[in-house]
Design a protein around this ligand. Structure first.
Ligand SMILES: O=P(O)(O)OC[C@H]1O[C@](O)(CO)[C@@H](O)[C@@H]1O
Length: 370
């Protein structure tokens, strides 16, 4: 029997097993990057990445800052190449591309070489074009993912960056052995939590299928790691459902973009579960006064269950939550696109835009044929 073509959902469902495998081989998985990091005291960390690779980094950013006690800067490859590359001599820089085929990320590796800096490329495909442009190619451990609307790759990237922070922190004496053990122990529960969120999302989707298949404009809000998750949600909804979909830091949303709110808008909030959590709930409740199409990931009792995704487990380190909250967005993006028969793009986009400008090398057709 012919094998079924994998979909986004195939890889959402594979994510818990990959998260489990990777946390169990934390030290080995991150060793190459940790060795380089520990060679000399680091000033700041720069991550150069676009799209989901940038969002996965945004999801891990505050965890990395907390456990490495360093600034972590995320810059898009073009911005880096065109001018924002004034590196301090002790800065630690790497470029991320899951496919290893994004032309802007490949050029950022070339830019690093021009600047005389070791060009480190973090990727899910070590045999991609990255290998011809990097001094060191590091595999972040996604396993296989052949669908270009990446899902497993985003969660495992965020996990890799968090594991890197734990192991580099432990190696440089910032993270104690007890802290390391506690963090890895909680991360070992992320696969189970991921499965719970998958189920919660299917329940929410079934209750609100009419809402999720009638969205016209979506505004996504969150703070800190909640903002990272919202950024990835905005990208996925935009890429797949093909509707205007934007992410805002919560307070930024209510300082302007909220002025366009109508009962037709969809608003999605992600509670980051620490200081400021009340504020995101306030923002969600304010949005609900105008539109019924408002949803939130939260454990707050101020919010009714009907519009909420709950996280019914003991969370000690909320900065880790992207590892198991991302499927909320991924499942809705997949299912709404499927229900709406919206996988095809506009014919002029296919015929003209794709020919007018490219963002990936030709190798992408072998790496992500689906
Ligand atoms: O991580 P990569 O492979 O560089 O891709 C970055 C982004 O490019 C896209 O494939 C669009 O070209 C996005 O789906 C993806 O998030």
């Amino acid at each position: 029997m012919a094998e079924e073509t994998p979909t986004m959902l195939t890889y959402v469902e594979q994510t818990p097993a990959q998260l489990k495998l990777n946390v169990e081989r934390s030290e080995e998985l991150t060793a190459e990057l940790v060795d380089l990091y520990a060679q000399k005291p680091c000033h700041s960390i720069w991550i150069v990445a676009c799209g989901s690779s940038s969002n996965g980094s945004q999801c891990a950013r505050y965890f990395m800052m907390k456990y490495l006690k360093r600034e972590v800067k995320i810059v898009s490859p073009a911005t880096f190449i065109y001018g924002e590359h004034d590196l301090h001599e002790d800065d630690f820089v790497f470029v991320i591309s899951q496919s290893g085929c994004s032309t802007n990320s490949i050029e950022a590796l070339d830019e690093l070489r021009k600047l005389g800096v070791t060009a480190i490329g973090l990727t899910g495909n070590v045999d991609s074009d990255f290998k011809d442009h990097a001094d060191l190619v590091v595999d972040y451990g996604v396993g296989e993912e052949t669908v270009s609307y990446v899902t497993k790759g985003v969660a495992t990237l965020a996990q890799f960056l968090m594991l890197f922070a734990i192991e580099a922190g432990a190696r440089t004496g910032i993270v104690s052995p007890e802290q390391r053990a506690e963090l890895l122990n909680e991360m070992a529960d992320a696969p189970r939590r991921h499965e719970i969120v998958q189920q919660e999302t299917w329940d929410l989707y079934k209750r609100h299928q009419a809402d999720f298949t009638s969205m016209t404009v979506v505004n996504h809000c969150g703070f800190l790691q909640g903002y990272g998750i919202a950024c990835e949600g905005a990208l996925k909804f935009g890429e797949t459902i093909q509707i205007p979909s934007f992410a805002y830091e919560g307070e930024e949303w209510i300082h302007g973009p909220n002025l366009q709110l109508t009962p037709n808008y969809t608003v999605v909030c992600v509670d980051h579960l620490t200081e400021g959590a009340d504020r995101i709930v306030d923002i969600y409740l304010a949005a609900r006064t105008v539109t019924d199409h408002a949803f939130i990931v939260t454990n707050s009792e101020r919010v009714d269950d009907d519009h909420a995704i709950r996280l019914p487990f003991e969370i000690k380190e909320p900065l880790m939550m992207p590892l198991y909250v991302l499927p909320f967005y991924q499942i809705i993006a997949h299912q709404a696109t499927t229900d709406l028969h919206r996988w095809e793009k506009h014919p002029l986009f296919e015929e003209r835009f794709r020919k007018a400008i490219s963002t990936k090398t030709d190798t992408i057709d072998q790496i992500m044929p689906n």
